[in-house]
Design a binder for this molecule. Structure first.
Ligand SMILES: [Zn+2]
Length: 199
């Protein structure tokens, strides 16, 4: 096996940590970067640096944002009595892209999966309860992937929120079982929001 110069090997190792990237792809990406001009590599490095230094988590909804609170939480024209609970920030982007939802969000930070160590204490449940105690909330939409972990999380949430007398809905079952919110097309996701069902 050939031994790469250390700076190259270091970058390959960094790429390998990314999801879906194996050593061969990592090598290809590094060789691609080596062919770019210096400015382009500088811009790439700057972008990486910016996500480290200029992106914060919104203290209200836990979405990633440039400001705290994020633009959605700070928007008075949105319906703050309507909260959509999602697993990850990229799910927020998927729901937001449908243009169908005018409420606010709560990013849980994952889904329940005890076998992988995702127990309730690792998700933003406490924070959600505090929010419900403090604010008047009319409806909570559970927008999770229709897979085992997503279903388990929705059942857990439904039990957790029962005592609050808030309407709890979930996306319509138009989405194929096992599908991923992030990759569901906007029309399907939009109709799943519109036709949401009470839990
Ligand atoms: Zn926010």
């Amino acid at each position: 096996m050939i031994k790469f110069p250390k700076p190259i090997q270091d970058l390959i190792d960094q790429f390998c940590k990314l999801p879906g990237i194996g050593p061969k792809t990592a090598e290809r990406l590094v060789y691609f970067l080596l062919k770019q001009n210096k400015n382009e590599i500088d811009e790439f490095a700057l972008s990486l640096n910016q996500i480290n230094n200029s992106v914060v988590k919104c203290s209200i909804c836990h979405n990633i944002s440039e400001k705290d609170p994020c633009a959605i939480c700070a928007d008075k024209n949105r319906d703050h009595k309507l909260i959509c609970i999602i697993a990850e920030p990229h799910d927020l982007a998927a729901v937001e892209n449908t243009g169908e939802f005018k409420g606010v969000y709560h990013v849980l930070g994952g889904v329940l999966d005890p076998l992988s160590g995702m127990t309730p204490d690792r998700l933003k449940f406490d924070d959600l309860l505090a929010k419900l105690q403090k604010n008047k909330v009319a409806e909570i939409i559970l927008a999770f992937n229709p897979d085992m972990e997503g279903e388990a999380t929705m059942i857990y949430l439904n039990n957790l929120l029962k005592s609050f007398k808030v309407k709890i809905t979930r996306l319509a079952r138009g989405m194929p079982v096992g599908s991923d919110l992030e990759y569901t097309d906007e029309i399907t996701l939009s109709s799943a929001i519109k036709n949401r069902k009470e839990m």
